[in-house]
Design a protein around this ligand. Sequence first.
Ligand code: GDP
Ligand code: MG
Length: 219
Amino acid sequence: MPEMKYFRRKICLLGDGGVGKTSLIRRFVEDVFNDKYVTTLGTKVTMKELNIKSPQNEQPLKMTLMIWDIMGQKELKRLLISFYKGAKGALIVADITRKETLESINDWIQSLHNCVGKVPVLFLLNKSDLMDQTRMKQDEIMNLAKKHGTSFLFTSAKTGKNVDKAFMRLSEMLLQKEEKKRSSNKVSMIGETHISGTPEVKFSKKMKIPNISKDSESV
Ligand code: GDP
Ligand code: MG
């Protein structure tokens, strides 16, 4: 039986006030949580352990998500830097009954990416139990997701629809991104070794990369 690996990653929930960020976290975490109120930052951090599979080798992993919920509004820009710091991904939430909350998504992504680089994001169109009141067109949502190279889910914190799936999918996205980064680091390390050590061996992108070590940090 292989040894179980444990990870801890920070994610943020972003989106205008009232879109359902806190409700989504409550729904996801239910009564199995530890939480801490960080008054100075106006944020709340909730922990939840997930059972997830490694994108590299399908091995089961345990990942503790530190879910950061912002209490204030985006006007609190100076607080956002502390809020984003160390985040490895974000769920960006809009309320399907308020079109302007979809329009704000660009600003949320930009401020996140300016602060922590291009971490994975997933869009949530929340309050999907109120679909009859929506003024958003599926095309607009799809185009916005495409523009940011991501996808979206219709969620409902009220009914629970797609809530677990949203957190799970984001977690998988961030593991995949980390794995991709690790593989490209291996490629450049191996490339450098060949170039400086044995100049006659030219590095080729097609070269098969050996599985470096079973005990490496790979997931
Ligand atoms: P936040 O400001 O983004 O954290 O939003 P809240 O979680 O405080 O939710 C704002 C309001 O929307 C509250 O009255 C919630 O009960 C309501 N709400 C949140 N999610 C849903 C949902 O999926 N469906 C419906 N119908 N109401 C929701
Ligand atoms: Mg809230």
